[in-house]
Design a protein around this ligand. Sequence first.
Ligand code: SF4
Ligand code: SF4
Length: 670
Amino acid sequence: MRDSSNKPLVTTLGERCRICYTCVRECPAKAIRIANGQAEVIAERCIGCGNCVRVCSQKAKQILDSKQKVYELLKSNSKTAVILAPSFPAEFVEFKCEELVGMIRSLGFDYVNEVGFGADLIADRYNKLLDESGPNCKYIATSCPAIIAYVEKYHPDLVGNLAPIVSPMVATAKVLHQIYGEDLRVVFVGPCIAKKGEITSVNMDSEVDASLTFIELREMLEAELGSEKAQNSMFDEPLAGVGAIFPISRGLFQSAGIEEDLVSGKIVAVEGGNSFVDAFKEFESGDMNVRLLEVLACNGCIMGPGISNKKPLFNRRASVSSYVQEKMSNFDRKKWEKNVKRFENLDLSRKFSAYDQRIKLIQEDDLEHILVRMGKYTAEDELNCGACGYNTCREHALAIWKGLAESEMCLPYSIEQLHKTIEDLANSNNQLANTQEALMQSEKLASMGQLAAGVAHEINNPLGVVLMYAHLLLEKYRDDILLKDDLRLIAEQADRCKKIVGGLLNFARKNKAILQPADIYEIIDKSIQAVPNEKGVEIMVENTLEDRIAELDSEQMSQVFSNLVANAIAATGKTGLITITIGGDNKNLNIKVIDSGTGIPKENISKIFEPFFTTKQIGDGTGLGLAVAYGIVKMHRGDIEVESNADPKKGSTGTTFTVILPRRKTNGFQ
Ligand code: SF4
Ligand code: SF4
C-alpha cells in the first residue's frame, strides 16, 4: 500500500532488522521478503494492516510519517478540520474529551468533528442494504481499509460481495464538505495505518486530505503545545450518537442495531490476528453460508497499530465504553435525529476494484524442483513447521518461485546446511593441520639431509684413504700373527663407516638413481628374500596391477623394501602377519607394507625418518634404515607415509607404510 505521493505505508529500518521472520510469519498478505539483509515490505502486496509493526520487537518497521503534510495544510489559506476516530478514548486516556478537542484546535484547526457521526450514517445505510437486497445476497461488511485491500488483492473474485458503502471516515468528510464547502481540508486522525492508503484509493473521491495516526497527533501536540494548557472545547456539530461505539468489537452491528446471529449463522463477525484469512477462504469456497460477514483486521479499531497505549484489549474497551456512556447520558437525541435526517440523501456509496496479487499455482514438477533445493526430497521431509513464516513447505516453495522467499528461511534446512558447513570446516581444518605437520616434517628432514650430506661428504674422502690403507696393510701383513687381527678390525670398522656414510648420502639424496624399466613385483619379491626371517613371520604379497613395470632404480628400491620388511618383521610376533599390497594406476605405483606388530608410539611417529633414530638396542641397528628408505623414495620423486596404532584400546595394533612412486620419468622425476 502506498500514499498519494506513492510512498509505501510501511518500510523497514535495515539496521534494526535482525531477520527473525516474525513479521514474515504474521503478515497475512505475505508482503514481506528477505532481501538485502532485511525483511523488506513489498508495497504492492501490503494491505497496511500493521501486524508487522506490532510484532517487531526490534522496532524495525516504520510507518509513513504524514505530519509534514498536515503542517502544510495548516499553513494553507483553506479552512481545516480534524475528524477524530471514535477510538480516541483508548489512546488519550489522560485527557478529558474537551481537553483533547481544545488542544487539537490550538494546533490551528478550524473544526474538530467526530467520525462517530459518519458511523451513524453508514449504520443506517447497512440497514437499508440488508432490507433492500434479496435473501441470497451475501455481503462483506467492513470499514477497514486493510480488509478491503486484502479482498481486492487476494480474493478479487469477492470484490462484488463488498458492501458498496463508504467508511465512517469518508462519510464524515462528505458531511463536512457539504456543510463547509469543497475547499475545506480534512485531516483524519485514528488508530490505523491503512487509512493513509484509503484516502488516495482510486475508487474514492479525494474527501480526506491527510491521515494521521494517534501517535502522530500526540507527537504534534507535544511539539507544538508542550505543557501549555489549551482552552477546553467541545466537538463541532453534528455530534455522534451510538456510532461512537463503532471501534470496539462488533461495533458496526451495534451501531446498526444488527444482532450477530449465532443460531442461524447468517450474520457473523470476524476480527483480529489473521483469522480473517481463513474466514475469506471459507466464504469464497461456499463453506461459510452467511448473509453478512463483518470483518476487521484488528481486534476492533481500539487495537490498531497507530495507538501508543500498551494497555490490553479490555482496558481499552472500557475507556471507550465509559466515554460513550457519559456521552449518551447527555445525548440530545432529537438534534441527532435531525442531523441524521439532514444527510439521509448524501451519497455514501463506493466502488471497489480487483488488484490481483495472488501467487499463481505452478507445475508440480517446478514445485518439486524448488522443494528439492530446500532439502525436501520426500513427503516426510515436508515438516510444515511454520518456522519460515509460511504455513506449509509448499507455500514456502511457491513464495520462493515468486521471488518472495529464500530456501535459507527454512530453519531445519539451514540447520542441516550449518551442520554440513561445520563438518566441512572441521575436515579442512584437519587436512590443513596434517598438511602443515607434513610440511614441517619434510622441512626438518630436508635440513637434516643438508647437514648429513655435509658431514658425509667431508668424511667420505679421508675415510676412503683409511679404508684403502687398512686393506693394503691387511694384505701385506696377512701372515703377521701380531698385527693381522688388529688390521682386520680396522678394515671392518672402516667398512662399517663407509656404509653409514653411504646411508647418509642416500638419505640426503646425494646419490644418483639409475632409472630403468623394472618389475615392482620382482623387486619386492627379491627384497623379501634378502631379509632374514628367523621368527618365520608370514609374509603375503597381494598384487592388483596388470602392468607391473615402472622406471625405477631396482637396487635402491630393493633396499627400501628390504628395510621396510626388516622393520615389519622386527615389530611383529611369530604369529603375526605382514601383508604387502601392490596397486596403483597408470600414473603411480602404490605399495603398502602392513604389519600386525606392536605399532609405533604416537610421540615417535614424527621422528622415524630421522637418521640415527632407533628404538632398538644399541648395536642392533644403525637407525638409518627408514632414513635411507625415505631418501631413496624422495630421489624417485615419490612419497612415503606412515600410519600406526600402538594402543590396543584403540583397536588392532600395527603399522602401515605407504610408498607412492611415479611410474615414468615424465610423471615427475628425472
Ligand atoms: S520482526 Fe521483521 S522487521 Fe522485525 S526484526 Fe524480525 S524480521 Fe526484522
Ligand atoms: S502492514 Fe500488514 S500487510 Fe503490510 S507488510 Fe505489514 S503485516 Fe504485511
